[in-house]
Ligand binder design. Sequence first.
Ligand code: FEO
Length: 398
Amino acid sequence: MTVRLIKDGVYAVGAIDWNERHFHGHTYVTRRGVTYNSYLIVDEKITLIDTVRRGYEKELIENIRTLVDLSKIKIDIIIINHIEPDHSGAFPEILKLCPGAKVYGTERARQGLLKYYGVSGDWTVVKSGQSLNIGKRTLNFIDVPMIHWPDSMFTYSAYDKILFSNDGFGQHYATNKVFDDEVDFAALMDEAQKYYANILWPFNALVAAKLSTIDKLNLNIELIAPSHGLVWRRYVPEIMQKYLYWSSHSCQNRIAVVYETMWNSTEKMAGKIIEGITSEGVEAVLFDVTKNDRTDIASYMLDAKGWVFGSSTHDGEMLPVITGFLHFLKGSKAKGRRSFAFGSYGWSGEAVKDIEDTGSCVSTFESSLMVVFNPTDEELNKCFEAGKTFALKIKTEK
Ligand code: FEO
């Protein structure tokens, strides 16, 4: 990343990981790559907010060197908003370069960094309500546990009207642009939604509570500077509104039909179900779970009221890929969803019950639909009718 000025004296100095496609191990497919944003505030005290992933230390340090002569002026302050390795990986290297730097973060962050790297530097524990003067600016800290880890916090600069939100409001979007209005808006919001669905969805209650706390603080926010993706400048109200909406478990009248099939019988059922849904004019998307990435499916499901799941029965169970998907989905702790299960079987037909047992903690299941081997025309008509009836419920029930 080339250094970009985001406000007088405040620079984006992080790194771009153009080709990262499997972030967080294999838990998140990042089709547009990833950025690790770090910010340098040049004030009386040179202050670095967050670092970058290990392997990108050189890029970070070179970026910082374009702004300050590190042989003469050292970084005075390092703010650690969050310790996950995508943000803290370069911390030991920065500390070596600036051993006198004072470090600020939560107690959980201090303990975590010690465990990860064996160093934490000259650490001061901070929490919500505390502040730090760095010259013209006073930085305020806001604990935001579970946005994204227990150690997480936001840092707010009233002087700049910037909220440094680390994982909050992030998107996985590698670009040499820095502001939200410099990229395609639809693509940006698509990545913001996928990010929320795959990082923050399980913590809806905590996100909602924290948004309310921030609202009460009456902060004047002109920029939201996350540690992934673009800085929100033009669309601050829009992304705030989206976080309120997503964190409240709000849904649209749309349906995801997610299935896995062995010999195409369950797939034929899925096709008729979506035809029935379509006949009621309800938006729906058909996902073969073996051909779509689960993080893309989750992104669509985040605000879809209807979730329909299908699987053939194999060895007395639902198929393995949809098994993994449903276990993954349990983590969302979703509320207010409606579902039904369907599937083809040969002689026992446990898949449908398996789906219901696994999915019932995140959705309410209605009567299921099963066929033996290949569906007949009559059975396919039943699938059509089931889709139609379900769509009618989705669009009429509150
Ligand atoms: Fe981007 Fe929770 O780390």
